[in-house]
Design a protein around this ligand. Structure first.
Ligand SMILES: Nc1ncnc2c1ncn2[C@@H]1O[C@H](COP(=O)(O)OP(=O)(O)OP(=O)(O)O)[C@@H](O)[C@H]1O
Ligand SMILES: [Mg+2]
Length: 451
């Protein structure tokens, strides 16, 4: 572990003090590719070519598996040695940054084989600086456990749930009432902040007005005036569908009915928002944005999360993918399906990728891709041109295959026009795939029988 993390530590101090470099990374003035280049150069200097792959592999495996305290102890030793000539503040900043790497590794490698993300794929082959991007945090951590939530008196951060392209995501709770919890999504990327404040306010307003819809993770509040701005969502105890599917694979014979039920539920929920005036389009539908929640009445419901900021996440990821031109080369290194940006691109309609204005049919396209993934039982699998053959081989009915094909038509006008239309088509046919309509509860969003 030492050589690899020493290279990252050294790279953090290449063009100035660590705090300054990380500050520039946070402001977008230093890009992650540059940092990756410095890391790679150092790896190459420190480790002879023949040993590079096994050394990196060991470092990533160990970092992903060590208990947090042991990892921190190792990082402490590495930083004290490698950055001995730096100020205490710089050494601390380097430690904080490195402390995010294990979570980056685990998120990248979560798979059906190992949902915990601690097992590296056999064909992982890190050959150049860009191959390091999935393991380098996009910016230093802005908050730590027990920090107060800015602009929300008496609330503190209790658990970091994720660090993504544009946001840091935290579980937060009231200081005195421990079971009052929320998810706070803090927008940290400068361009996304500007978009959020200037352009997304109308949409957020709509969602706040209709936020009691039972099929969505409730948006509880928005703080655009705080620094940094954040959004507050209900905390979904059951976690997201992506992780659920990795941990609880469905038997092949049950997939079609379950998928049908979930897609129909999600389409109905999306349809409600698609038909508001002005329309609300999610734009980041994927299994990791669908949450499972047990309601007070005992029903298990499937809720759509991240309503209102989907476009921020996707545009940031697509922009990163384009400017850093990482996508094609990853396909050969065994990482393509697990990378965050590749992941986003999997669900984006051709129109969304081309930068067109949001349409309900973007969400329909994403539902089609997700439907395919539910049927193959793998939320990391991209939908390529063999998808029909794959589903036929699994015994999926022609009716389902036809619906999916309509959802993912290249021509958006040939897809179901919005969620309501798709939900209605599915409601009329549910029996055809052996999924009794009764699978659907009368309560919106309920998928009890499906799971
Ligand atoms: N409302 C919520 N309740 C519970 N967990 C949540 C909630 N929102 C997000 N999370 C969890 O926090 C982590 C980070 O969420 P985030 O939304 O950043 O990831 P993502 O869905 O993969 O990416 P993005 O939505 O930005 O495209 C994920 O593990 C997700 O399951
Ligand atoms: Mg999300």
């Amino acid at each position: 572990m030492f050589e690899f993390f020493a290279a990252v530590a050294g790279a953090l101090a290449v063009s100035g003090p660590v705090v300054k470099n990380l500050g520039e990374l946070a402001r977008g003035a230093l890009d992650l590719c540059k940092l990756a280049e410095w890391v790679w150069k150092r790896v190459c200097q420190r480790v002879p070519e023949a040993q590079r792959q096994p050394v990196i592999r060991r470092a990533l495996t160990e970092a992903a598996s060590l208990p947090p305290q042991q990892f921190e102890q190792k990082v402490h030793e590495i930083i004290e040695r490698e950055l001995a000539d730096q100020s205490p503040a710089d050494r601390q900043a380097a430690k904080d940054y490195l402390s995010l790497i294990p979570e980056m590794i685990r998120t990248t490698f979560r798979s059906k084989k190992d949902p915990s993300g601690r097992t590296l794929p056999d064909n992982l082959n890190i050959q150049r600086s860009l191959d390091l991007l999935p393991f380098l945090p996009p910016r230093p951590p802005r908050f730590k456990v027990n920090d107060p939530v800015p602009g929300k008196p008496e609330w503190i951060f209790v658990e970091r749930l994720g660090i993504g392209g544009f946001a840091e995501v935290w579980k937060a709770r009231h200081q005195r009432f421990a079971n009052m919890t929320s998810v706070i999504k803090i927008c940290l990327d400068p361009q996304s902040q500007e978009r959020l404040v200037k352009h997304e306010a109308t949409i957020l307003n709509q969602i706040l007005r209709h936020g009691r819809h039972p099929g969505i993770v409730a948006l509880r509040g928005v703080s655009l005036g705080s620094d940094p701005p954040w959004l507050e969502y209900e905390y979904a105890e059951g976690g997201d569908l992506h992780q659920f599917l990795l941990r609880h694979p469905w038997p092949v014979e049950k997939r079609e009915a379950r998928a049908w039920s979930i897609i129909r539920t999600l389409a109905g929920t999306l349809g409600y928002f698609h038909r508001l005036n002005p329309k609300v389009i999610h734009r980041d539908i994927k299994p990791s944005n669908v949450f499972l929640q047990r309601r007070a009445n005992g029903a298990m419901v499937c809720l759509i999360g991240d309503f209102g900021i989907g476009d921020l996440a996707v545009q940031k990821d697509l922009a990163d993918a384009a400017t850093q031109a990482r996508q094609p080369t990853f396909a050969v290194s065994g990482l393509s399906t697990s990378l965050r940006f590749a992941h986003t691109a999997m669900y984006a309609s051709p129109q969304q990728k081309a930068g067109a204005a949001p349409q309900p049919t973007d969400d329909i396209y994403a539902l089609g891709v997700m439907w395919y993934q539910l049927l193959v039982g793998d939320p990391t699998r991209p939908m390529d041109h063999e998808w029909r053959d794959e589903l036929e081989a699994l015994g999926v009915s022609p009716a389902t295959i036809d619906h999916i094909a309509e959802c993912v038509r290249k021509d958006a006008t040939k897809r179901p026009a919005d969620g309501t239309e798709l939900a209605q088509r599915l409601a009329g046919e549910a029996v055809a795939v052996g999924s009794p309509p009764s699978v659907q509860s009368r309560r919106a969003g309920s998928v009890d029988a499906a799971l």
